[in-house]
Ligand binder design. Structure first.
Ligand code: GLA
Length: 413
């Protein structure tokens, strides 16, 4: 009798949870929102409006300029792709002027270049910009996305009731799953609940969503990046444990290469996002990005930290007088000893670099067989260092030094 009940419970659990096998490492790609917003004026601004041409162009550049070869694979549409009204049979319709070939054709285009295709919708009555939301049409919309061969769905939460989200987001995840087409499911479920004063049920969220937003929209400024960094540091005990292969916290898009961040600040965003095991979704005009920013976005060593297969989100381990140290356990492991990525961040604004001196032991690197330490931006190899070794780094104002300490195996192994 008991085993029958267990089987029933187990199968309920299995069909109830997402487990779509996707996003085993944080998704990487390009997303239109932060840089291109809701520009629908293709008459006066044809090169920058939300249109099939914009997404085709970004697809081409992601492939041609080396982004795809370092791991960026999703081309994601955000808000403002829709007609204001559904069709007579209740289907979502892409804006006829701006997407004249239709969404299936755009999806085919992205796939034909070897990339994956993402789309945006909203759990409520409207999207945040006022286009039709999915409420009342959930099953139809999930099937339409599958028909369009969508690989990634971002489901926003404007014009919806945060109390309904536990049920609504999990239900739509199930509907996506039951289409038979696997789609990464990006949720805004916790952030809207937090704003409404509700404590999100993170264990439910991580069993239904591949990634989720916890905090404010990123804006094109260092102040915005700093706010996000502080939020994830201040709330890490609650947030960090929810990340793991298949389910990630999303601190929002990378704004590297836009107008608001200096070179140092852009390096800091990339370093901290990789410590946070964040999705790496660029939102930048890839046609005009300056080479130094492209270089940051294509830093393979830092991408490897972000994409570490263990999927453990890092933490802020030190914060004092504008100096922060962030640390993330990564592979390889020797016995119970992890390797680590360490980011030293200088939040001070005095116009000269700050020195930080610390022993490996103080950073938690205590394995006596040592760690091979290298700088991930500067390509400096410090060789094998031991727990008592003191390292000294110089960190530029609003900048970062990022190191990796790879645990060493004893020579006889
Ligand atoms: C919300 C989301 C943003 C973006 C906009 C689109 O603000 O958090 O990421 O999708 O809506 O309207």
């Amino acid at each position: 009798m008991f085993s029958v009940i267990w089987i029933i419970l187990l199968s309920f659990k299995l069909s109830n949870a997402l487990d779509n096998g996707l996003a085993k490492t944080p998704p990487m790609g390009w997303l239109s929102w932060e840089r291109f917003r809701c520009n629908t004026d293709c008459v006066n601004d044809p090169d920058n409006c939300i249109s099939e041409q914009l997404f085709q162009t970004m697809t081409d550049i992601v492939v041609a300029d080396g982004y795809a070869s370092v791991g960026y694979e999703y081309i994601n549409i955000d808000d403002c792709w829709l007609e204001k009204h559904r069709s007579h049979d209740g289907k979502l319709v892409a804006d006829r002027k701006r997407f004249p070939s239709g969404m299936k054709a755009l999806s085919d285009y992205v796939h034909s270049r070897g990339l994956k295709f993402g789309i945006y919708e909203d759990y409520g009555n409207y999207t945040c910009a006022g286009y039709p939301g999915i409420i009342g049409y959930e099953e139809k919309d999930a099937l339409l996305f599958a028909e369009w061969n969508v690989d990634y769905v971002k489901l926003d939460g404007c014009y919806a009731l945060p109390y309904d989200m536990d049920q609504g987001y999990s239900n739509f995840g199930r509907l996506l799953n039951s289409t038979g087409k696997s789609m990464v499911y990006s949720c805004s479920w916790p952030v809207y609940q937090i704003y409404a004063g509700i404590q999100p049920n993170y264990s439910a969220i991580q069993s239904h969503c591949n990634l989720w937003r916890n905090y404010d929209d990123i804006q094109d400024s260092w102040a915005s990046v700093e706010n996000i960094i502080d939020y994830y540091g201040n709330n890490q005990d609650l947030i960090a444990p929810n990340a793991g292969p298949g389910h990630w916290n999303d601190p929002d898009m990378l704004i590297i290469g836009n107008f608001g961040l200096s070179y140092e600040q852009a390096k800091t965003q990339f370093a901290i996002w990789s410590i946070l095991a964040a999705p790496l979704l660029m939102s930048v005009d890839l046609r005009t990005i300056r080479p130094q920013f492209k270089h940051i976005l294509q830093n393979r060593k830092i991408i490897a930290v972000d994409q570490d297969p263990l999927g453990i989100q890092g933490r802020r381990i030190y914060k004092h007088k504008g100096i922060e140290i962030w640390s993330r356990p990564i592979s390889p492991l020797y016995q119970n000893f992890y390797s680590y990525a360490i980011a030293f961040v200088n939040r001070r604004t005095d116009g000269t670099p700050s020195d930080i001196s610390v022993t490996l032991k103080e950073l938690g690197l205590i394995n006596f067989t040592g760690y091979r330490v290298e700088d991930l931006y500067e390509n400096v190899d410090y060789g094998v260092l031991y727990p008592n070794t003191k390292i000294k780094v110089k960190v530029n104002p609003s900048g970062v030094v990022m190191l990796k300490g790879e645990v060493q195996f004893p020579a006889d192994l």
